[in-house]
Design a protein around this ligand. Structure first.
Ligand SMILES: CC(C)(COP(=O)(O)OP(=O)(O)OC[C@H]1O[C@@H](n2cnc3c(N)ncnc32)[C@H](O)[C@@H]1OP(=O)(O)O)[C@@H](O)C(=O)NCCC(=O)NCCS
Length: 411
């Protein structure tokens, strides 16, 4: 008798982890050997895998980092989806779609009402309810072509910090993230593996870190690395690459900017900074700062009720309610009409009778929820229907993000 083994989706056993490494490393052109797995052991520990087996054979895998991400300052449980991989001979059979659906159900059960990811294939994930919900500007400038407009000496001094001094940075980061959208909560391990180092760098090289100290207090910090790369016939370009630049005070902002400019050998300085950062205006000639828009994380609302309940409304949002009808095939518990109410400075969502004031799909709703897309704009470009324009205007004000959503960490 022929025994047919069904498709099985589950976490890998310990003795299956090596095969997971092979499938992921193969898909991302990484190192598939045992040594390669060792170099990525931190990722294996930090982001458990979910795998699809067909006939007992591993076909596809993904990883989910258990994280929390800020929305208007509130840290909300979020699954950071990464390493999504399928063996090439098994692609376009729906394996990854099955894995994503299961991962959504698992995240909901684990109390993570949001999911985020970074990808070069936005159309794939949009089918499963993710939507681009943040952006950054790639700022590039020549250090010798600008100076800070504020020429007064900045109070304090730059001090390079070692890895053990991460709590100093953590204090600055937490104060900066308060009120903002897209900042992830960083435990000690995250500071060491993903801030002091680049998360997917197998060499685990240390980044440089400098804080701006005013007395004993850190007013800001910059993490950075210096890179040399061959670019065309022009030869080698030396880039001072800022990985994170956070300043709570003007002395930290101007002081750290001057610190970056003082790296004399750099041909250019690069930084993927927030869309609403004042950098170009903080220097004497804004036109010397090249700015290119880059799409950032994609967001998914895993559980509408929990996600709305955890999200603060925009500052000064009016009280009131609107209904929104959401089409969500990949997370059917979200499907249907919801009444979203802003009362007493809090939001709540309850199932309601349709039709809604607004109607849209899960992906568009994610961008609206994250304060990246206004409901009225979604309706204006055909991504939503707004039968009730007043309700759409109310949704715009309630679900706005007080700062431009910004992906503080790649995973
Ligand atoms: C991208 C990848 C994960 C897709 O896996 P897969 O098992 O072939 O995906 P599925 O068959 O489940 O496809 C699900 C849907 O996404 C679509 N899709 C698949 N690959 C896609 C791609 N590269 N770009 C856009 N859409 C894609 C499919 O057409 C399908 O749509 P449908 O349901 O309307 O038919 C796989 O090709 C892979 O491992 N690539 C290399 C690594 C990689 O790029 N990973 C993703 C990084 S974020």
């Amino acid at each position: 008798m022929l025994l047919v083994m069904p498709i099985e989706i589950r976490p890998p056993r310990e003795d299956e982890q090596e095969r997971v490494n092979f499938v992921v490393a193969y898909s991302f052109t990484g190192d598939r050997t045992a040594a390669g797995r060792e170099h990525m052991r931190h990722v294996e520990d930090m982001a458990p895998a979910l795998c699809l087996y067909d006939g007992g054979e591993l076909m596809a895998a993904l990883r989910v980092y258990p994280l929390r991400m800020s929305v208007n300052g509130a840290m909300i449980g979020m699954g950071g989806v990464s390493s999504v991989s399928c063996l090439p001979e098994q692609r376009r059979k729906g394996h990854v779609g099955r894995l994503l659906r299961q991962a959504l159900s698992d995240m909901r059960a684990a109390g993570r009402p949001l999911a985020a990811l970074y990808t070069p294939h936005p159309s794939l994930y949009r089918k499963f309810g993710w939507m681009t919900a943040s952006g950054n500007l790639k700022y590039t400038w020549k250090p010798k072509s600008v100076a800070p407009y504020n020429s007064a000496p900045a109070a304090g001094r730059a001090q390079r910090l070692r890895e053990e001094e991460w709590p100093l940075l953590a204090g600055v980061y937490a104060r900066f993230a308060a009120g903002r959208t897209g900042y992830i909560e960083r435990p000690e391990r995250w500071w060491k593996e993903a801030v002091y180092r680049v998360l997917y760098d197998p060499e685990r090289k240390l980044n440089d870190v400098a804080a701006w100290m005013d007395g004993d207090a850190a007013g800001g910090y910059m993490t950075y690395s210096s890179q040399r790369e061959r670019r065309g016939p022009g030869g080698e370009v030396h880039t001072f690459f800022i990985r994170e630049f956070i300043a709570l005070t003007s002395s930290a902002y101007v002081g750290l900017l001057r610190f970056a400019l003082s790296h004399d050998l750099a041909d250019e300085i690069g930084w993927h900074g927030p869309l609403d950062d004042p950098l170009a205006l903080a220097v004497d000639d804004a036109q010397q700062v090249k700015r290119e828009w880059v799409d950032d994380y994609m967001l998914r609302v895993v559980d509408v009720e929990q996600a709305i309940g955890a999200r603060p409304p925009a500052l000064g949002a009016p009280e009131g309610a609107f209904t929104i009808e959401i089409a969500d095939a990949a997370a059917p518990w979200n499907q249907g009409a919801w009444r979203i109410e802003c009362a007493g400075g809090k939001l709540s969502a309850q199932k309601a009778a349709g039709p809604g004031d607004l109607a849209t799909d899960a992906a568009t709703f994610a961008a609206i929820y994250g304060g990246f897309l206004r409901s009225t704009d979604a309706a204006r470009c055909g991504l939503a229907e707004a039968g009730n324009h007043e309700a759409a205007l109310l949704a715009d004000r309630i679900l706005a993000s007080d700062y431009a959503p910004y992906g503080s960490d790649f995973f």
